[in-house]
Every structure is written in C-alpha cells, then in structure tokens.
Ligand binder design. Structure first.
Ligand code: FAD
Length: 278
C-alpha cells in the first residue's frame, strides 16, 4: 500500500440516470480511498447548483469533497453568498479558479484573476477552507509568457492557496521543471499532478488543443493509427499513463489527481498497475 494521496474529479451529471451512474462510479472508486473528490463547475454549461448537489452527495457518502468555484463574471456579493452556502453545506475545501469566459459574454465581473478570488476567500473566511488552485506546467494558453504564468501561479500561492492541481500533461519534464521554478521563488505549495487517463483518442486530441495540454507527436501518431480500435487505444493509454505516474511517484509527488470523466475503469486500471489502494 502506497501513501500517495489520491483525488478524483467528476463533473455534475445533468440527468437522473447520470446521477445514478455517477453514484455507482463513486462507489467503485472509493475502494481506492481518495483523500477527496472534486466536482467541476461551469465547464459545459454546468451550474453551481449542480456542482453543490454532487458535492453534497459525496459528503453524504462520508468522503471529503470540494466544489470547483470560478469567479469570472462574479461580484463580491455573489461570491460571499456562495461561500455561505458552502459553509452551510459543511464544505471545507474549494478549488478556486478564474474560469473561462463564455463566448458572447460581456463583462469580467469584480474578480479578474483566480488570485483575487483566493485573496477574497481568505479575507472573508480566514482559514475555514482548504484552497486548491490550478497550475499549468505547459503554460496556461492565454498567458503572456511562461515567466508571466509562473508569477501568476506565485500570486495565487501568496494569496493563500494551500495546494495546487495541475492541468493534465504527458511531458514529465514540463511538470518537473515547473515545480523547480516554483521552488526557486521560495514557494513550497504542494503541486499535485492532474492525470488524464487515455480512453478515447478523438476526444482527447480535441480537448487537449482547447486547454493547452500538449499531446506529444509519438502519442498522437499512435492514437491516430489505432483508428476506431478502442481496445488498442485503451491498452496503449494504460501503458503510457501508468509509466507517467511511475515517474511522478519516483520524483516524490505529493499525490495524483485523476480527471475521471465520470468513469471508473481507466482510473482503477492505472491505480491497480501502480499497486495503489489495494
Ligand atoms: P488564473 O490563475 O487567474 O490565470 C488565468 C490567466 O491569467 C493565465 O493566463 C495567467 O497567466 C493570467 N494571469 C493571472 N494573474 C495575472 C496577473 N496578475 N496579471 C496578468 N496575467 C495574469 N474551468 C471551468 O470552467 N470549470 C472547472 O471546474 C475547472 N476546473 C479546473 C480544474 C483544474 C485543476 C484546472 C487546471 C483547470 C480547471 N478549469 C476549469 C479551467 C480554468 O478555469 C481555465 O484554465 C481558466 O482559463 C483559468 O483559470 P485559473 O484559475 O487557472 O486562472
């Protein structure tokens, strides 16, 4: 049994069937004894209400749960109200984000960056919440430069973030160098790598382009060569991601955060190969 802390990310289901399916997926993944589970917000038009419901369901299972909370377009009053709702629900951990501007959206609101949200949460609620923030080993796609993005990360840490979760990546060196650069700034915030299991090549390639995660040429070409052969994609994906996790573990990462896409099998298979949770 390893001491590596695991966490699992879900998105809020939109239908009653989705709710039931996610409950079953969660039950399977709880066998891996996650430190916490998180639920996304805003992506794909989801609402904070859907996020809160899913978080409450996880808390009711007896597992720690964190809502993702983005501040784009928010006012101080609306954030204050949401924080009160979190406190009333017994939530102790938040993933604090800027979020992405929906297309056609006019205003930025009263928070410009995630660091503003982190500072506001700390000012309003002290140490009530454990605050997670996002990190980008391969640079956030809208950042002016890698150095500027590093400073943006440092601002979130200095504003009071406790821990960070990275965007997923397939280049181990990008993660290792990012962590080194952060440490050189005197910041010791634990940076947990975000792990994206590979199960579907079309979806992965499209999604990676949008969020700025590089799929290395050798992985892209292999995936494309498999065509519709799902079994080969999954077998290859399992090898690649398990190897990445092994390297991360050897480098002493504090944990692994899995982007589960509300599926249990791929995450379970990777953890089984790593000998985690059994
Ligand atoms: P920030 O840290 O504010 O950074 C945004 C951009 O602004 C970066 O380019 C940064 O370099 C720049 N910047 C920051 N501060 C400054 C400054 N002072 N001056 C100049 N530039 C600055 N999206 C969702 O919609 N819902 C989710 O649930 C969700 N969950 C996520 C979970 C994780 C772990 C990760 C890694 C991402 C998630 N995202 C989610 C995506 C995220 O919302 C987007 O990547 C968003 O564009 C940036 O959010 P952020 O919190 O990283 O922003």
């Amino acid at each position: 049994m390893s001491t590596l802390a695991l966490s699992f990310e879900f998105f809020p289901p939109k239908t009653p069937e989705g709710v039931d399916k996610l409950a079953a997926v969660r039950r399977e993944l709880y066998a891996l004894k996650p430190e916490f589970c998180s639920v996304t917000y805003g992506a794909g038009g989801t609402t904070q209400g859907g996020t809160l419901q899913a978080v409450q369901a996880i808390l009711a299972d007896g597992v720690d749960a964190a809502p993702h909370f983005s501040c784009i377009g928010a006012t101080q009053a609306s954030v204050r109200e949401q924080l009160q709702a979190f406190i009333a629900a017994g939530i102790k951990r938040i993933v604090a984000l800027r979020g992405d501007l929906p297309s056609g959206y006019g205003g930025l609101g009263e928070f410009r960056y995630a660091s503003d949200l982190v500072a506001f949460i700390r000012a309003e609620t002290g140490s009530r919440f454990h605050i997670e923030v996002a990190a980008y080993p391969e640079m956030h796609p809208q950042a002016a430069s890698p150095q500027a993005d590093l400073q943006a990360f440092a601002a979130k840490a200095r504003a009071g973030a406790d821990t960070a979760i990275t965007q997923y990546f397939f280049n181990f060196d990008a993660y290792a160098r990012f962590v080194d650069d952060v440490r050189k700034l005197g910041i010791d915030t634990p940076i947990v790598p975000g792990i994206m299991p590979i199960t579907n090549s079309t979806q992965l390639l499209r999604f990676s382009d949008a969020c700025g995660a590089e799929v290395p040429r050798w992985i892209r070409l292999r995936l494309q060569s498999f065509g519709d052969d799902r079994a080969s994609i999954q077998a290859f994906g399992l090898d690649v991601i398990t190897d990445l996790c092994e390297r991360l573990r050897a480098a002493g990462v504090p944990g692994l955060h899995f982007y589960t896409m509300n599926q249990a099998a791929a995450t379970q298979a990777i953890c089984a190969r790593l000998g985690l949770g059994s």
